[in-house]
Every structure is written in structure tokens, then in C-alpha cells.
Design a protein around this ligand. Sequence first.
Ligand SMILES: [Zn+2]
Length: 233
Amino acid sequence: MVTLLLIYPILFSFLYQLCFVEKLELSYLTLRSRCDDCLKEIRLLELIPVLSFIFLRGTSSCCNRKINIFYLIGELLSLIPLFYIFYVPHNLIDNATLLLIYLFLLVLAIYDLKTYTVPLHVIVVFAICICFITPLHIMSFLFVTSLLHVFYILFHNAIGYGDIIIFSLLALALPSIEFSIILLFTFICGGLFALFILLVFHNESSKIPLIPFIYLAFNITLLTYQNFIFGGF
Ligand SMILES: [Zn+2]
């Protein structure tokens, strides 16, 4: 359990930093972590997730710049799967699939919030991991991907192509019923948020990143799935 408390945030930090790598080579895996600002190698003790941020008071020791707060937020949120695995009884998906999807959605959601884009090389890594780690649902994937592409062609202003890819990968990795629930929750949460923006700020043209809502929907599904199946929803 203590090891997992360290491993999950480290996995998050690795994936999050990977999003910003412009040229991905295998040698990246052997490199030491570097400061985002001055690119100096980070000392071993400063790599301890969460605690190092607190001890350094959110400022890098090498160049005294503010450390990106998303590292702390992401590292803390990366601990939530422990709660799902140990305290929420679920037969939705196996633990490896749960962790894989959770961490990638978390990283991509934060990146989407920051940039309104998805890093293509990380999507490729996500797809490769899905193929090796999760049981694949090929028929559901083909059906969902075709349908989403038709939707994208008809309403390409309503959804980004990165979101279409993420949904397609989720359809590949998850059983169709669970995927449908996530899709439903995504559009309910995203729709309510868009309505809120429209009513409060009267802004019809503001761009809303969708992946944070997919991440939220995945969490809601994990928390409420038992009720869906046994509660006669
Ligand atoms: Zn620095």
C-alpha cells in the first residue's frame, strides 16, 4: 500500500511530463527528470511526489521559479484509484485496466485544461498500453468509432477530434455497457457546465475542454456502477 502511494503519483508525473516532450525517443525513458524552466536535473529527494512540493513550498530549488501547480493536483488525484481498488467494491473492470484508464484520463484532462489539445504521442502510448493490458472489445470499438466519426463529420464544431479518439479508445478498453454510461455522464456533466457558462457569463462561444468531463464521468461511473446494476436504475 505504501509503495502504491509512491508509485501512482510517480506514474502520473512521468506521463504528465511526457505530454510536453516534443520529440519522443526511447532514450527519454533513461533520462533523469529535469526542471521545466531551466532544464537542470532534479535531485533525487526533490522527486518525492507531493512531499517535495510541500517542502519546496511550490518553488524550484534550481531557479526559484514556481513549480506548475498541476503537478501537485495531479499527484494527489492519482491516489484516488487506491480508494477504488481497496474500498469501493466493483466488478466493472480489473484493477490494471482501471489504473491505466484513470491515469491517462487524468493526465489528458489536465493537459486539455491547459492547452485545449491532446498530445498525439501520448494517445499512441495509451493505445499501445490498452492493446497489451486490457481485454479488447473490437466489435464495440468498430461500432462506436464509426458512429463517432459520422457525428464528427456532421457536427465538427461541437466536438474536437482528440475527444473522438479518446472515446474510441475507451470503447476498445471497456465493456459496451460501462462505456455507454461514461458517454452518458460525460455529456450530462459537460452539458450542465456549458449551460451554466451560458446562463452566468452569457458567453455562447467559449470553448470547453471535454476530457475533464470524460475523466469526471469515469469516476462517477466507478462510484455509482453498483447502483446501476443492482439498484434497478
Ligand atoms: Zn530550474
